[in-house]
Structure formats: C-alpha cells, structure tokens
Design a protein around this ligand. Structure first.
Ligand SMILES: C[S@@+](CC[C@H](N)C(=O)[O-])C[C@H]1O[C@@H](n2cnc3c(N)ncnc32)[C@H](O)[C@@H]1O
Length: 249
C-alpha cells in the first residue's frame, strides 16, 4: 500500500477508503448520547465556543447558511433564529443517526419553517456554485478524509464575499495546559465514554483525532491554499479550540 492509499484514523493508519466507515461507526454509536457527552466533557464550555462562532458569522435576516457536519444541530438552531422567515438554514451531516437526532431536536424546539435537513459529505457538497452567505463546520473537519477537497468544495458553494467558519480542536498554547489536557483526554475521556455510552473506543478516537488534526497555522495555510482570503483564527480556552475564518474572494 502506498502513502496515498492510507490515512489516519486517530493514531491508526488505515486504508483511505476505510476511514469514512470507521468514522461512521463512531457517530452511529455515540449519536444518542452525543449532547450529554458534549456537556460533560467540556463542562458546558462548548456552548461558549459555539456562541462566539455565531457572533463571528455576521449572519443576518435573509441569509442562506449551510452547517456542515452539523450533527445534533446546535449551530443550525441558532442560525434559524437569526435568518428569520426570509432566510434558509441547511443542517447537514454525512451520518444519518446524527442527522436524525438533530432533526428531532430542532422539530421538538419548534423549528420547522426555515431549516432543511440534508445528508451530505463535506467533500462533495451537492449544491450549486455561489449558493450560501455562510458555511460552518464545527468539530467536523478533523473527521473528514480529504480536508483540502472539503475546503475547495465549501469555497465553491459560498457566494463571493461569503464566509467560512471552522470551529475545531487545536493545539494548546501553553506546555502545562497541553500536559493537563493530554492526561484528561487520554485517561478521563475514554473512561467517561465507557461509563456513559459503553463505548471507550469512540472517545479514544476523539482524543487521538484531535492530536492528528492540523494546528492553527497549518489549517490557516490550507484555507489559503484552497483559495480563501483574509484568513484568520481565534484561539479559545488557551488554544484547545480555535475558530478559523476565511472569505470567498
Ligand atoms: C463531533 S460531531 C460535531 C457535531 C456538531 N457540529 C457539533 O459541533 O456539536 C462531528 C460530525 O461530523 C460528521 N462528519 C464526519 N465526516 C463527515 C463528512 N465527510 N461530511 C460531513 N459530515 C461529516 C459526523 O457524522 C459527526 O456528526
């Protein structure tokens, strides 16, 4: 097998074709307890990271927004309030279990007018060129096999002047924080995963996939390379998470 035929699934090297299946297994397994685990693992702080993402999106009434890898719909719910009746939000995900949980959750919260639900792969987005004012992908990009392809696909569907926001785990800025964070993610996360979802492996993958994800500068370079302009990033919680922004020229 050549290097191009393989990729990372956490710390494991797997055949490129296999990664998507392995990622799918993870999210089919955790979908039902995903929101509970998110709150427990981050102590609720993921809500603040998402709030900042919404602030930086500059989404207004009438806008069209695509949330990729949107899972259980945290961002899509907030966008549906912002775009109003004239706007449109697409909650999308490659995984039917995650998308079903997201759809049920938004419908239970009374959202039914301006949100559509689409199962799609970030690498091959099935929308016309220049369709969206804003595209978001939160904690999704690190699971995508070909990230460059996904970034180019996003660029294509954005309108000129439209913005991409990538919220993702990143590299802590401080050595001590990095050490504490390592202990937490490699020891406590799989333990919590086992206790709550009876699935330690999926949470071990979470910790490993975070370490394998490009750091802040590298991801910014990838966005530049894909064709975005005015790229920038904001570290949050000491760089444990970073929000990258890029504009379609
Ligand atoms: C950690 S969850 C994030 C969910 C949500 N965005 C959030 O922030 O809570 C990652 C999501 O990425 C989705 N995903 C993985 N690979 C994908 C791909 N190639 N295209 C679209 N979604 C993908 C998974 O199915 C999963 O729902």
């Amino acid at each position: 097998m050549t290097k191009q035929d393989t990729t990372h699934f956490g710390f494991e090297e797997v055949a490129t074709d296999e990664k998507a299946h392995r990622v799918a297994d993870v999210f089919h397994s955790v979908a039902g307890k995903y929101d509970l685990m998110n709150d427990l693992m981050s102590g609720g702080v993921h809500r603040l990271w998402k709030r900042f993402t919404i602030e930086l999106s500059a989404v207004r009434p009438g806008h069209k927004v695509l949330d990729i890898a949107g899972g259980t719909g945290d961002l899509a719910y907030k966008f549906s309030k912002l775009v109003g009746d004239e706007g449109q939000v697409i909650l999308s995900d490659i995984n039917s279990s995650m998308l079903n949980v997201g759809r049920d959750r938004l419908i239970d919260r009374g959202v039914n007018q301006n949100v559509q639900y689409v199962q799609l792969d970030a690498q091959h987005i099935p929308f016309d060129d220049n369709s969206f004012d804003c595209v978001t992908i939160a904690f999704g990009l690190r699971n995508v096999t070909d990230k460059d392809l996904a970034l180019r696909s996003i660029l294509r569907v954005l309108k000129p002047g439209g913005r991409l926001l990538v919220l993702e785990f990143s590299k802590p800025k401080n050595k001590l924080l990095e050490k504490v964070y390592d202990e937490y993610s490699f020891r406590l996360l799989p333990f919590m995963g086992k206790l709550i979802t009876d699935d330690a492996d999926s949470y071990r993958y979470l910790a490993e996939s975070i370490r394998m994800h490009p750091d802040q500068k590298t991801l910014q370079g990838m966005m530049d390379e894909a064709g975005f302009t005015n790229t920038e990033y904001h570290n949050m919680t000491g760089g444990i998470v970073a929000l990258h922004k890029g504009i379609k020229p």
